[in-house]
Design a protein around this ligand. Sequence first.
Ligand code: NDP
Length: 280
Amino acid sequence: MAAKIIDGKQIASKIKNELKNEVDQLKLKGIFPGLAVVIVGNNPASRVYVNAKKKACEEIGIYSEEYALPEETTQQELLDLVRTLNKKKEVHGILVQLPLPKHLNEEEVINTINPNKDVDAFHPVNVGRIILGNPVFLPCTPAGVMELIKQSGFDVEGKECVVVGRSNIVGKPQSILLLEQHGTVTICHSRTRNLKDVCRRADILVVAVGKPHIITGDMIKPGAVVIDVGVNRLENKKLAGDVDFDSAVEVAGAITPVPGGVGPMTIAMLMKNTVKAAQQ
Ligand code: NDP
């Protein structure tokens, strides 16, 4: 039997509706949530993401400002802008779209963002809070994945969870959130031996690698929940996930599509963090 398709667009839309109500409540109290989005250079994918984030702000009633800086922006100029935004009262959340052009030091930029405005939850203070189980902001993509699992009616507690990928923005924090929900978590990466065998143990499989179709149906335990974080642009310009959807859908119990799975949830979670920043 083919898997249930987890509709990220629909779940994200429900969350955004709830947030809109919260924003309306805040406005009644004279608080107008605001997000500053900083983009440097001309990366087309970054432009798409920034536009989607601005659109979501409009939908929910969050005030947004965009700072589009040229490719040749210096580290000092970018840090000065972040420091200005740290102080700006109308701005509750600051998002610097990654990746930055190669000559810029991302780590220093992230470390300069006020942790209380760090709605991406990339600042070491926020990463530390997440690991200690006391987060202020949850990392957007991993939190979106957790929400997809929950809203689809699956429980993580006691389950075998396998995360493929160990990046700082997805794989690592994902494993922490699954652990926090009492999953038994295994993390795979490029040096993992027997990826297939490890994946086949998973009741919940989260894949964040960035290689199209690296996970095929034969690597999935029958009935497993498969969450595909990967976004890959194929030669024919189509988007594909890391999971080979056609073979996986025949084996999994539930699966997210790409596009329309994790992507919309990442943005919904960013909105949630911005509202939270304003509430605080
Ligand atoms: P990174 O490139 O930072 O990390 C990729 C991870 O995959 C690494 O840990 C790497 O291992 C691992 N890996 C690479 N090859 C293999 C392999 N053959 N077997 C097992 N593991 C492997 O990517 P990100 O985490 O930033 O992103 C992953 C994907 O998710 C991308 O497609 C990205 O576009 C997408 N993404 C989607 C988002 C969304 O909102 N939908 C948000 C963020 C990312 P090692 O550490 O050993 O090198």
